[in-house]
Design a protein around this ligand. Structure first.
Ligand code: FAD
Ligand code: NAD
Length: 367
């Protein structure tokens, strides 16, 4: 307790330790970083192998161990945010003393750049599949009981399938089950399930296979990736969202997050680009949210409307943007988020640059 810390030679490499009682084994990771949260620790346990990936800024600290004895499937993760201590509590199947935690597996106790870690997949069960529009569905996947994985706002995961003998991997952005203005902390459901809103392309490589999955089937889901940081919206006053087609998906959690957690927020405006009326995702929910929350406004822009006069027509353009991007007050703190087909995003970013918005004021969602 009274140890004097020598801060001059402070080693920032995380370390770990473990201890046990008759019933429990607790693995403790000292990340040596403040501001840890639940999204930064990914835990998996499969076939007696424990894998704990702690994401510390751009680095990953991995524990990867073949446990000495069997443990139960329900694993608890505690995070002491201020001191950066992570505790993983395992329940022994047999109440016998362990002489060691287990055998190290590959990359155990390594601290490397996240980009060098490679993706890790676990199999998730398809729980439900519900229609959103004529070609888009919500896929609800259940994580294994022993997996702890929470996808941060604006981040995506990868799905992997073997198609005609080849491994194919594609990114998808988890959404919430609905747009709700009473969203507070992530619910229990959020940490045990992943909800994906996916458009099925009849001639596509990956999505028709996905559409063939039956309830109860399994699919491989990776850890998450993404460049969006909550700090980008922390003291925000105006948020503008430019979404095209399924480029709407990162906006879902973002909307729920900012409307409940960012108290400085004055306006959130979504400009949603689609081909036809029938392609608009969650139109009803968006309109309901706009009625309920006066800070939120939505505009629909159709590139191939079926009927005349049902709202604005066209594609992304400089004039459309300059009319839309009105600050709630002079010099307000603002962010513009863009997501959609690559040409849409490219053009959007170019128009915004030409209109004088800085790099810090624009975020593009990409892989
Ligand atoms: P593809 O085989 O890629 O084909 C897509 C369409 O293009 C089809 O209509 C096909 O006929 C046409 N096409 C294919 N090749 C050609 C060609 N050579 N010339 C002309 N046309 C062609 N999608 C979602 O639905 N939901 C999400 O949440 C989501 N999140 C994403 C997050 C990120 C970070 C990124 C980068 C993409 C995301 N996507 C999302 C898109 C997703 O990753 C896939 O690209 C999408 O599902 C298409 O998959 P596919 O293999 O079925 O179609
Ligand atoms: P879509 O083909 O139905 O088009 C929707 C709208 O996008 C159109 O109405 C039009 O306004 C605009 N658009 C399309 N092509 C354009 C072009 N060449 N130039 C300017 N505007 C154009 O869209 P979709 O099939 O739903 O595709 C959505 C796209 O969003 C996919 O390419 C997907 O990869 C991407 N996406 C990316 C992320 C991400 O990076 N995080 C997340 C989700 C979706």
């Amino acid at each position: 307790k009274n140890k004097v810390l020598d801060t001059s030679s402070k080693d920032l490499t995380p370390s770990y330790d473990w201890f046990q009682t008759d019933y429990l084994v607790t693995v403790v990771i000292y990340t040596k970083q403040k501001g840890m949260n639940s999204e930064m620790v990914i835990v998996d346990h499969q076939d007696g192998r424990l894998r704990v990936d702690s994401i510390l800024r751009d680095y990953s600290y991995l524990l990867h161990i073949e446990l000495s004895y069997a443990v139960q499937e329900d694993i608890t993760v505690h995070i002491a945010e201020k001191v950066g201590k992570v505790e993983i509590v395992l329940k022994k199947k047999d109440n016998i003393p362990w002489s060691k935690l287990g055998q190290p597996l590959n990359s155990h106790n390594s601290f490397i750049k996240c980009t060098d870690r490679g993706l890790y997949y676990r199999k998730c069960k398809l729980i439900s599949k519900t229609e959103v529009t004529h070609d888009t569905k919500l896929f609800c996947l259940m994580l294994p009981q022993s997996t702890h994985l929470q996808v941060p706002v604006g981040h995506h995961i990868y799905l992997k399938q073997i198609i005609a003998g080849t491994e194919i991997v594609k990114p998808y952005t988890p959404v919430s089950c609905s747009l709700k203005s009473d969203f507070k902390e992530p619910s229990h459901h959020d940490s045990t399930h992943l909800i994906l809103m996916i458009k099925i392309y009849p001639n596509g490589l990956f999505t028709p296979e996905l559409d063939h999955l039956q309830i109860g089937d399994y699919i491989s889901v990776s850890n998450s990736e993404g460049s969006f940081k909550k700090s980008q919206v922390q003291t925000l006053e105006d948020l503008f969202l430019l979404a095209a087609g399924t480029g709407f998906t990162p906006m879902v959690k973002l909307l729920n997050y900012v409307l409940t957690n960012v108290c400085s927020l004055r306006t959130v405006k979504l400009m949603f680009f689609n081909k036809t009326e029938d392609d608009i995702l969650w139109r009803n929910q968006l309109e309901q949210l706009a009625l309920k929350d006066k800070r939120f406004e939505v505009q629909f822009i159709l590139s191939e409307p079926k009927k005349e006069g049902t709202g604005k027509q066209g594609k992304i353009s400089s004039s459309l943007l300059s009319d839309f991007l009105k600050r709630s007050k002079k010099d307000s703190k603002l962010l513009i988020c863009v997501c959609g087909p690559a040409p849409f995003t490219e053009q959007g970013i170019q128009f915004l640059q030409d209109l004088g918005y800085s790099k810090e004021e624009v975020h593009r969602f990409t892989a």
